[in-house]
Design a protein around this ligand. Structure first.
Ligand code: 5FU
Length: 304
C-alpha cells in the first residue's frame, strides 16, 4: 500500500485550503499535533496559558462564552471592589471595549508562538442567524451592549478566531452563512461529524451526510471534529476531543481515548486536550507529555 502522506506533504497539496496548509506547516515545524482546550474562566488565565503552553501546541481552542465578564487580563479588574464581589470588571479596558483588548492579546500570543485560534462555538442555526452570531461582514445592525456599540454579537468571533466549528444538523445553510463572513477573512470551519460524548447522535449516516456537506464547501470547511478518520481526502484535517493519557470518562458523559489510539489507530490528525492538561499539577510538563505522545503516534503511523 502507498505510504501515508506527512503533514508537510499535505500542506503542499494543490487543493488544500490555505488555512489548513498553514496549520499543517505549523504542526510539522513545531512537531506538535496538540490542540489545547483552554477551558478556564478568566481572560487572565487564558492569556497566561497561551503564553506558557503556546510553544507546545499547534492550536488553542477556546469557549469564550465561559469566561467571566472581566476579559482585560486582570489589568484593571482586580483593582476594584466590584471585581471581588461580582467577578465582573468595570475597569477602563473592559468598559471601553469588551473583547477587543482581550482578543488582541490572544492574537498577539498566537502570532508570537505560532499557533492558530479555534473558538469552539458549535454554530447550529440557520445561515442568516449564524452569520450574525459569527460577526457581520460589513457593519450590519448595531447592537448596544452596556456602553459599547458593535455589530455582530458580543464576541466578534470572526475578527480573531482562525477556525470555528458548526453542527451539520441545519443542513448546508449553516456553512453558507458562516462562509459569507469567514471566507473573505481567510477563516476556516470544522464540521462536527462525531462527538466524544456517550450516546452522541452524530454517528452513522449523519456522519456521512456531514462529510458530504464538507466536500461541497471545501473552500471554507477545512476538516472535522470526529473520533476517527472519516475520509481519505488528505486535504481535510481530523481533530479529536475526549483525549487523556488514560482511557476513561467524566460524570457527564465525556469519554476519553489515549493519544496513541486516536492518532495511531483511529487515524485522526490532532488531539484536543483540556482537563488532561488543565488539572495537572504541572501544566507545562503535562502539555509536553501530550505533545510527545501525539507526535510519536503520528511519526510511527506515517513511517509504516
Ligand atoms: F465537539 C466536541 C466533542 O465532541 N467533545 C468535546 O469534548 C467538543 N468537545 C470539547 O472539547 C469540550 O467542549 C471541551 O472544551 C473539550 C474537551 O475537554 P476535556 O477537559 O479534555 O474533556
Amino acid at each position: 500500500p502507498k505510504r501515508e502522506q506527512s503533514y508537510a506533504d499535505r500542506a503542499q497539496l494543490p487543493g488544500v485550503h490555505p488555512l489548513a496548509s498553514k496549520l499543517l506547516r505549523i504542526m510539522e515545524e513545531k512537531r506538535s499535533n496538540l490542540c489545547l482546550s483552554a477551558d478556564v474562566s478568566t481572560g487572565e488565565e487564558l492569556l497566561q496559558l497561551a503564553e506558557s503552553l503556546g510553544p507546545k501546541i499547534c492550536m488553542l481552542k477556546t469557549h469564550v462564552d465561559i469566561l467571566k465578564v472581566c476579559v482585560c487580563g486582570g489589568e484593571g479588574g482586580r483593582q476594584n471592589a466590584r471585581w471581588e464581589r461580582t467577578r465582573s470588571c468595570r475597569c477602563d479596558v473592559c468598559r471601553q471595549d469588551f473583547t477587543a483588548a482581550f482578543s488582541q492579546k490572544l492574537q498577539a500570543s498566537a502570532e508570537k508562538h505560532n499557533f492558530l485560534l479555534f473558538e469552539d462555538r458549535k454554530f447550529a442555526d440557520i445561515g442568516n442567524t449564524v452569520k450574525h452570531q459569527y460577526g457581520e461582514k460589513d457593519g450590519g445592525p448595531s447592537i448596544v451592549i452596556g456602553v459599547s456599540r458593535r455589530a455582530g454579537g458580543i464576541f466578534q468571533i470572526s475578527s480573531w478566531s482562525h477556525v470555528v466549528n458548526a453542527h451539520a444538523v441545519p443542513g448546508p445553510g449553516v456553512v453558507q452563512g458562516l462562509r459569507e463572513v469567514g471566507k473573505p477573512l481567510g477563516r476556516g470551519c470544522l464540521l462536527i461529524a462525531q462527538m466524544s460524548s456517550q450516546g452522541s447522535l452524530a454517528a452513522g449516516d449523519y456522519t456521512k451526510a456531514t462529510l458530504q456537506i464538507a466536500e461541497q464547501h471545501a473552500d471554507f470547511v477545512i476538516g472535522f471534529i470526529c473520533g476517527s478518520k472519516i475520509t481519505e481526502r488528505p486535504e481535510f484535517i481530523h481533530m479529536t476531543p475526549g483525549v487523556q493519557l488514560e482511557a476513561g470518562g467524566d460524570k457527564l458523559g465525556q469519554q476519553y481515548t489515549t493519544p496513541e489510539e486516536v492518532i495511531g489507530r483511529k487515524g485522526s490528525d490532532i488531539i484536543i486536550v483540556g482537563r488532561g492538561i488543565l488539572e495537572a499539577s504541572d501544566r507545562l510538563k503535562a502539555a509536553e507529555s501530550y505533545r510527545k505522545s501525539g507526535w510519536d503516534a503520528y511519526t510511527k503511523r506515517v513511517s509504516v
